[in-house]
Design a protein around this ligand. Structure first.
Ligand SMILES: [Zn+2]
Length: 276
Protein backbone atom coordinates (compact mmCIF):
# COMPACT_ATOMS: atom_id res chain seq x y z
CA UNK A 1 0.00 0.00 0.00
CA UNK A 2 1.40 3.43 -0.87
CA UNK A 3 2.60 5.36 2.18
CA UNK A 4 3.56 9.00 2.62
CA UNK A 5 6.58 8.96 0.25
CA UNK A 6 4.67 7.21 -2.53
CA UNK A 7 1.56 9.40 -2.23
CA UNK A 8 3.75 12.52 -2.03
CA UNK A 9 5.57 11.44 -5.20
CA UNK A 10 2.32 10.79 -7.07
CA UNK A 11 0.91 14.16 -5.97
CA UNK A 12 4.10 15.90 -7.17
CA UNK A 13 3.78 14.18 -10.56
CA UNK A 14 0.09 15.04 -10.90
CA UNK A 15 0.41 18.66 -9.74
CA UNK A 16 1.98 20.17 -12.89
CA UNK A 17 -0.38 18.21 -15.15
CA UNK A 18 -3.57 19.15 -13.30
CA UNK A 19 -2.98 22.56 -11.77
CA UNK A 20 -4.84 25.31 -13.65
CA UNK A 21 -6.75 22.78 -15.76
CA UNK A 22 -10.52 22.50 -15.93
CA UNK A 23 -12.11 19.07 -15.58
CA UNK A 24 -14.09 18.81 -18.82
CA UNK A 25 -15.41 15.28 -18.48
CA UNK A 26 -15.94 12.78 -15.67
CA UNK A 27 -16.44 9.07 -16.37
CA UNK A 28 -16.97 6.69 -13.47
CA UNK A 29 -16.45 3.10 -14.59
CA UNK A 30 -16.68 1.41 -11.16
CA UNK A 31 -19.33 3.19 -9.11
CA UNK A 32 -17.97 2.33 -5.68
CA UNK A 33 -14.78 4.24 -6.51
CA UNK A 34 -16.79 7.33 -5.53
CA UNK A 35 -17.24 7.23 -1.76
CA UNK A 36 -18.81 10.65 -1.36
CA UNK A 37 -21.17 12.28 -2.46
CA UNK A 38 -23.63 10.37 -4.71
CA UNK A 39 -22.44 9.51 -8.20
CA UNK A 40 -24.65 12.12 -9.88
CA UNK A 41 -23.62 14.82 -7.43
CA UNK A 42 -19.95 13.86 -7.86
CA UNK A 43 -20.10 14.13 -11.66
CA UNK A 44 -22.11 17.36 -11.60
CA UNK A 45 -19.87 19.10 -9.06
CA UNK A 46 -16.58 17.99 -10.61
CA UNK A 47 -17.45 18.80 -14.22
CA UNK A 48 -16.22 22.31 -15.13
CA UNK A 49 -14.34 22.71 -11.84
CA UNK A 50 -10.78 23.99 -12.17
CA UNK A 51 -7.90 22.45 -10.23
CA UNK A 52 -6.17 25.10 -8.13
CA UNK A 53 -3.62 22.99 -6.30
CA UNK A 54 -2.62 19.34 -5.82
CA UNK A 55 -1.07 18.15 -2.58
CA UNK A 56 -1.16 15.42 0.03
CA UNK A 57 -2.48 14.87 3.56
CA UNK A 58 -1.52 11.58 5.18
CA UNK A 59 -2.00 8.94 2.52
CA UNK A 60 -4.61 11.04 0.67
CA UNK A 61 -3.95 12.96 -2.52
CA UNK A 62 -5.92 16.19 -2.23
CA UNK A 63 -6.86 18.63 -4.97
CA UNK A 64 -8.31 22.06 -4.16
CA UNK A 65 -10.95 23.09 -6.73
CA UNK A 66 -12.22 26.46 -7.98
CA UNK A 67 -15.66 25.54 -6.64
CA UNK A 68 -14.31 25.65 -3.09
CA UNK A 69 -14.58 21.89 -2.77
CA UNK A 70 -11.70 19.46 -2.28
CA UNK A 71 -11.19 16.18 -4.13
CA UNK A 72 -9.51 13.57 -1.93
CA UNK A 73 -8.20 10.28 -3.26
CA UNK A 74 -7.01 7.29 -1.26
CA UNK A 75 -5.20 4.70 -3.39
CA UNK A 76 -5.45 1.86 -0.85
CA UNK A 77 -3.89 -1.39 -2.12
CA UNK A 78 -3.45 -0.99 -5.85
CA UNK A 79 -4.69 2.42 -7.08
CA UNK A 80 -2.57 4.20 -9.67
CA UNK A 81 -2.89 6.93 -12.28
CA UNK A 82 -2.05 6.96 -15.95
CA UNK A 83 -1.96 10.35 -17.67
CA UNK A 84 -1.98 10.55 -21.45
CA UNK A 85 -2.67 13.07 -24.16
CA UNK A 86 -4.24 10.37 -26.36
CA UNK A 87 -7.59 8.69 -25.82
CA UNK A 88 -6.95 6.08 -23.12
CA UNK A 89 -6.57 2.47 -24.18
CA UNK A 90 -9.22 0.20 -22.70
CA UNK A 91 -7.93 -1.13 -19.40
CA UNK A 92 -10.11 -3.68 -17.61
CA UNK A 93 -8.97 -2.20 -14.29
CA UNK A 94 -9.76 1.45 -15.15
CA UNK A 95 -12.24 2.71 -12.53
CA UNK A 96 -12.54 6.43 -13.24
CA UNK A 97 -11.47 8.77 -16.05
CA UNK A 98 -11.16 12.53 -16.10
CA UNK A 99 -10.58 14.51 -19.27
CA UNK A 100 -9.01 17.90 -18.74
CA UNK A 101 -9.74 21.08 -20.69
CA UNK A 102 -6.50 20.68 -22.65
CA UNK A 103 -7.59 17.20 -23.80
CA UNK A 104 -5.35 15.24 -21.40
CA UNK A 105 -6.85 12.09 -19.89
CA UNK A 106 -6.22 11.19 -16.26
CA UNK A 107 -7.17 7.55 -15.78
CA UNK A 108 -7.49 5.94 -12.36
CA UNK A 109 -6.64 2.23 -12.48
CA UNK A 110 -7.22 -0.05 -9.52
CA UNK A 111 -7.23 -3.85 -9.95
CA UNK A 112 -8.30 -4.54 -6.35
CA UNK A 113 -10.96 -1.79 -6.31
CA UNK A 114 -10.31 -0.56 -2.76
CA UNK A 115 -9.28 2.99 -3.72
CA UNK A 116 -11.80 5.76 -3.07
CA UNK A 117 -12.55 9.32 -4.24
CA UNK A 118 -14.22 11.86 -1.94
CA UNK A 119 -15.52 15.23 -3.07
CA UNK A 120 -16.22 17.37 -0.02
CA UNK A 121 -16.83 20.98 0.99
CA UNK A 122 -14.20 20.77 3.73
CA UNK A 123 -11.25 18.36 3.50
CA UNK A 124 -11.43 17.86 7.25
CA UNK A 125 -14.64 15.86 6.77
CA UNK A 126 -12.27 13.12 5.59
CA UNK A 127 -8.86 14.04 6.99
CA UNK A 128 -9.97 15.58 10.29
CA UNK A 129 -9.32 12.36 12.18
CA UNK A 130 -5.70 12.11 11.03
CA UNK A 131 -2.77 12.71 13.34
CA UNK A 132 -0.04 15.25 12.55
CA UNK A 133 2.07 15.17 9.42
CA UNK A 134 5.47 13.69 10.32
CA UNK A 135 7.31 16.07 7.98
CA UNK A 136 5.57 19.17 9.37
CA UNK A 137 6.59 21.48 12.20
CA UNK A 138 3.77 19.95 14.30
CA UNK A 139 5.69 16.70 14.63
CA UNK A 140 8.29 17.37 17.30
CA UNK A 141 10.20 15.13 19.67
CA UNK A 142 8.39 16.85 22.55
CA UNK A 143 5.00 16.04 21.05
CA UNK A 144 6.03 12.42 20.47
CA UNK A 145 7.37 12.10 24.02
CA UNK A 146 4.13 13.40 25.53
CA UNK A 147 1.94 11.18 23.33
CA UNK A 148 3.91 7.96 23.80
CA UNK A 149 3.89 8.34 27.58
CA UNK A 150 0.15 7.52 27.62
CA UNK A 151 0.17 4.61 25.22
CA UNK A 152 0.27 1.04 26.48
CA UNK A 153 0.25 -0.68 23.06
CA UNK A 154 3.10 -1.93 20.92
CA UNK A 155 5.09 0.87 19.34
CA UNK A 156 4.89 -0.56 15.83
CA UNK A 157 1.11 -0.87 15.86
CA UNK A 158 0.73 2.62 17.29
CA UNK A 159 2.89 4.14 14.54
CA UNK A 160 0.68 2.49 11.90
CA UNK A 161 -2.42 4.18 13.36
CA UNK A 162 -3.27 7.07 11.04
CA UNK A 163 -5.09 8.87 13.87
CA UNK A 164 -1.80 8.95 15.79
CA UNK A 165 0.58 10.00 12.99
CA UNK A 166 -0.56 10.36 9.38
CA UNK A 167 1.22 8.74 6.47
CA UNK A 168 3.33 5.98 7.97
CA UNK A 169 2.73 2.39 6.89
CA UNK A 170 4.35 -1.00 7.18
CA UNK A 171 7.50 -0.22 5.20
CA UNK A 172 8.56 3.02 6.85
CA UNK A 173 7.60 2.01 10.38
CA UNK A 174 9.86 -1.05 10.07
CA UNK A 175 12.66 1.10 8.65
CA UNK A 176 12.33 3.85 11.27
CA UNK A 177 12.28 1.40 14.19
CA UNK A 178 15.41 -0.30 12.82
CA UNK A 179 17.15 3.04 12.40
CA UNK A 180 16.24 4.01 15.97
CA UNK A 181 17.25 0.60 17.37
CA UNK A 182 13.82 -0.09 18.90
CA UNK A 183 12.16 -3.51 18.94
CA UNK A 184 8.75 -3.32 17.20
CA UNK A 185 6.98 -5.08 20.08
CA UNK A 186 8.15 -2.66 22.77
CA UNK A 187 5.39 -0.94 24.73
CA UNK A 188 5.18 2.66 23.51
CA UNK A 189 5.12 4.15 27.03
CA UNK A 190 8.21 2.14 27.97
CA UNK A 191 10.58 3.86 25.54
CA UNK A 192 13.34 5.87 27.20
CA UNK A 193 13.70 9.59 26.43
CA UNK A 194 16.79 8.80 24.35
CA UNK A 195 14.86 6.19 22.37
CA UNK A 196 11.99 8.58 21.69
CA UNK A 197 14.49 11.19 20.44
CA UNK A 198 16.07 8.60 18.14
CA UNK A 199 12.65 7.43 16.93
CA UNK A 200 11.55 10.96 16.10
CA UNK A 201 14.75 11.64 14.16
CA UNK A 202 14.52 8.25 12.42
CA UNK A 203 10.91 8.77 11.24
CA UNK A 204 11.79 12.15 9.75
CA UNK A 205 15.04 10.92 8.16
CA UNK A 206 13.53 7.75 6.69
CA UNK A 207 10.60 9.64 5.16
CA UNK A 208 12.80 12.39 3.72
CA UNK A 209 15.12 9.83 2.19
CA UNK A 210 12.24 7.84 0.71
CA UNK A 211 10.58 10.96 -0.74
CA UNK A 212 13.90 11.96 -2.34
CA UNK A 213 14.11 8.45 -3.84
CA UNK A 214 10.58 8.74 -5.24
CA UNK A 215 9.11 6.09 -2.92
CA UNK A 216 9.39 2.30 -2.86
CA UNK A 217 8.32 0.15 -5.81
CA UNK A 218 8.21 -3.47 -4.65
CA UNK A 219 8.20 -6.48 -6.94
CA UNK A 220 4.40 -6.48 -7.12
CA UNK A 221 4.68 -3.23 -9.14
CA UNK A 222 1.54 -1.88 -7.49
CA UNK A 223 3.24 1.48 -7.10
CA UNK A 224 4.28 3.23 -10.30
CA UNK A 225 4.45 6.89 -11.23
CA UNK A 226 1.66 8.42 -13.34
CA UNK A 227 4.20 8.45 -16.17
CA UNK A 228 4.99 4.77 -15.65
CA UNK A 229 8.37 5.11 -13.86
CA UNK A 230 9.28 3.30 -10.67
CA UNK A 231 10.39 4.59 -7.29
CA UNK A 232 13.97 3.82 -6.28
CA UNK A 233 13.81 3.52 -2.51
CA UNK A 234 13.54 -0.30 -2.62
CA UNK A 235 17.29 -0.26 -3.25
CA UNK A 236 17.80 1.53 0.07
CA UNK A 237 15.57 -0.50 2.40
CA UNK A 238 17.56 -1.81 5.40
CA UNK A 239 15.18 -4.44 6.83
CA UNK A 240 11.78 -4.27 5.13
CA UNK A 241 11.21 -7.34 2.93
CA UNK A 242 14.76 -8.50 3.76
CA UNK A 243 14.14 -11.51 6.06
CA UNK A 244 17.25 -13.70 6.21
CA UNK A 245 19.51 -11.03 4.72
CA UNK A 246 22.29 -9.39 6.69
CA UNK A 247 21.45 -6.39 8.85
CA UNK A 248 23.44 -3.51 7.30
CA UNK A 249 24.52 -2.39 10.78
CA UNK A 250 25.57 -5.60 12.57
CA UNK A 251 25.45 -8.33 9.93
CA UNK A 252 22.99 -10.55 11.84
CA UNK A 253 20.07 -12.04 9.88
CA UNK A 254 16.97 -9.83 9.60
CA UNK A 255 13.87 -11.51 11.04
CA UNK A 256 10.21 -11.36 10.10
CA UNK A 257 7.37 -11.56 12.59
CA UNK A 258 3.63 -10.90 12.25
CA UNK A 259 1.98 -8.12 14.24
CA UNK A 260 -1.69 -7.34 13.74
CA UNK A 261 -1.67 -9.53 10.61
CA UNK A 262 1.10 -7.42 9.04
CA UNK A 263 4.70 -8.45 8.47
CA UNK A 264 7.30 -6.72 10.60
CA UNK A 265 10.99 -6.88 9.73
CA UNK A 266 13.65 -6.15 12.32
CA UNK A 267 17.16 -7.02 13.49
CA UNK A 268 17.08 -8.95 16.77
CA UNK A 269 20.56 -7.66 17.68
CA UNK A 270 20.12 -3.96 16.91
CA UNK A 271 16.51 -3.87 18.15
CA UNK A 272 16.38 -5.43 21.64
CA UNK A 273 13.27 -6.16 23.67
CA UNK A 274 14.70 -4.14 26.57
CA UNK A 275 15.82 -0.48 26.48
CA UNK A 276 19.41 0.40 25.76
ZN1 LIG B 1 21.56 -5.42 13.32
Amino acid sequence: MPELPEVETIARHLAPMLTGQTIARVEVLWERTVAQPTLDAFRAALTAARVLEVGRRGKFIQAALSTGQTLLIHLRMSGKFVVSTNAPADDPHARLRLQLGNGTWVVYIDPRKFGRFYLVDDAREVTGVLGPEPLSADFTAEWLTAQLARRRGEIKRLLLDQRFIAGLGNIYVSEALWQAGIHPQRVAAGLTPAEVQRLHAAIVAVLHEAVSNGGTSLEDRQYVYPGGGLGQHQKHLRVYDRAGEHCPRCGYAVERIVQGQRSTYFCPVCQRQSPR
